[in-house]
Design a protein around this ligand. Structure first.
Ligand code: NAG
Ligand code: NAG
Ligand code: NAG
Ligand code: NAG
Length: 424
């Protein structure tokens, strides 16, 4: 099926005029520093950058980006590129950096898989990863795998956005997982700031590195832990985190997520939100680096009019200027949304609505999720991911129709480009 698609797409491409083919590479690599201009993210030449990308998790127990036992880094990036996407949201855990800086472990692959999966399975998966990725050895560190991904992305013209997904490595996100809010069991704010600065600095050698997020899906803490979850503590911690990134690497855009699993952003940009904070970027050194990010998994809202209204109220109004009460206008990216990859889902109300709304709003996005299974998730090794664009073999699209009829048109509508070369 996939080979058939390649042939089909190559044929389509050959039929395009050469100006359209030039268009394919038009969004290619840009110059640092990155900044914002009103509601746009821009490169140093003032050219708008819009993301159409995918989440690539690297925050699981192994802290190695997923899926590399089935495809090499180059093949995986090519798979992404073949859809026309231009970005990845690469997730990581603070624990990876704590291990390095507290001299517990450099995270060599030889120990990382065995530590997470046990001797027998860890060795098996390690050997499969090394077999697919000839440049890696047992001594290669997790961070060097991140380097390899970033360099390959640069080679193939894919932007890298880093996302601090969790502190303690593992599946996200519950209210009782100890990773939920600043000061939660595993979420030490000093370690978090240190790790943000470390990664921002480390990524200076990556030509593809454009932006970095502060924290994935902040959420209430359940149980008895006395952690004040509110916009005031959000403000103090988020601005401290952003300073850590900006000090280490002033070229980067910095993504701010909101409350309630990153669904509520209104008090950041709206004067008279239900709980006011004085978020005044003009006072901040990184005032022209701030991008807002939002997630949407509200599949129960099947009425697209209502979905648009809610999203506009809670996040998209930040694109302004639809109301005089919008204090400051920001770029916005929907850094997570997705759907179970089955043919009945890409045209179902949720995906169909966002498929229209995001390109129409010229809002970038990353879909959850690239890979078809996890090395380990919630205690289960090799756990299948029904939302994975890839299937459980890790090499083929799970729902080719979802890619060609749902996701690829959305990419083209978002980026305003012609269909890509599928086997670039
Ligand atoms: C780029 O941003 C400017 C605002 O700076 C906007 O007017 C323009 O429409 C954007 N261009 C594209 C191609 O989106
Ligand atoms: C090891 O992997 C196999 C599948 O290859 C799986 O069935 C088994 O549960 C794994 N062992 C552990 C301890 O999870
Ligand atoms: C960070 O959040 C915690 C709540 O968990 C709060 O106690 C602390 O004051 C916040 N830090 C700042 C600088 O606001
Ligand atoms: C969706 O909601 C709007 C009001 O919010 C309503 O006017 C419309 O009839 C609804 N559409 C459907 C198909 O239920």
């Amino acid at each position: 099926m996939y080979n058939f698609l390649l042939v089909l797409l190559s044929t389509v491409l050959c039929a395009l005029p050469s100006s359209a083919i030039e268009g394919l590479t038009r969004q290619s690599f840009s110059t640092k520093p990155f900044s914002t201009d009103g509601r746009w993210m821009t490169n140093a030449d003032g050219v708008n950058l819009t993301y159409a990308g995918v989440n690539w998790p690297g925050h699981g127990e192994t802290m190695v980006p997923e899926g590399l036992q089935y495809l090499s880094v180059a093949e995986m990036v090519q798979k992404i590129k073949s859809t026309g996407m231009n970005a990845i949201r690469l997730t990581w855990a603070v624990q990876m950096i704590d291990d390095i800086l507290d001299k517990r472990s450099d995270g060599q692959l030889g120990t990382a898989f065995v530590a997470a999966l046990g001797e027998t399975n860890g060795t098996k998966v390690l050997n499969a990863v090394l077999d697919k990725n000839k440049a890696f050895t047992k001594e290669t560190t997790r961070l060097e795998v991140f380097d390899a991904i970033a360099l390959e992305c640069a080679r193939q013209g894919i932007y890298v956005h880093l996302d601090n997904h969790v502190s303690k490595a593992g599946w996200c996100c519950k209210t009782d997982d100890g990773n939920a809010w600043f000061g939660d069991e595993f979420f030490g704010t000093k370690n978090w700031e240190r790790a943000l600065g470390f990664m921002a600095d480390h990524g200076k050698t990556w030509p593809s590195f454009v932006s970095m997020a502060l924290r994935n899906e902040l959420r209430p803490v359940s149980g008895s832990r006395d952690v004040p979850v509110n916009w005031d503590t959000w403000y103090g911690n988020m601005t401290a985190g952003a300073e850590a990134i900006h000090r280490a690497n002033p070229d980067l855009l910095i993504f701010f997520s909101g409350l309630y699993y990153d669904t509520q952003l209104r008090p950041i940009f709206y004067d008279g939100g239900f709980r006011d904070i004085d978020f005044d970027p003009s006072k901040l050194a990184y005032k022209d680096k701030i991008v807002l990010e939002v997630h949407d998994y509200d599949l129960d809202e099947t009425n697209c009019t209502n979905k648009r209204t809610k999203l506009t109220r809670d996040s998209f109004a930040a694109l302004g200027p639809i109301s005089p009460k919008v204090k400051t206008v920001y770029p916005l990216v929907m850094s997570e949304w997705g759907f179970s990859q089955s043919p009945d889902q890409y045209a179902a109300p949720f995906a169909a609505c966002l498929g229209q709304f995001l390109p129409e709003q010229r809002v970038g996005w990353m879909i959850w999720v690239l890979i078809g299974s996890y090395y380990i998730r919630e205690g289960e090794q090799g756990k299948d991911e029904p939302w994975g664009l890839l299937d459980s073999t890790g090499t083929k699209w799970r729902c080719p129709e979802c890619i060609t009829k749902g996701i690829m048109p959305m990419i083209q509508n978002t980026l305003g480009i012609e269909p890509p070369v599928a086997n670039a």
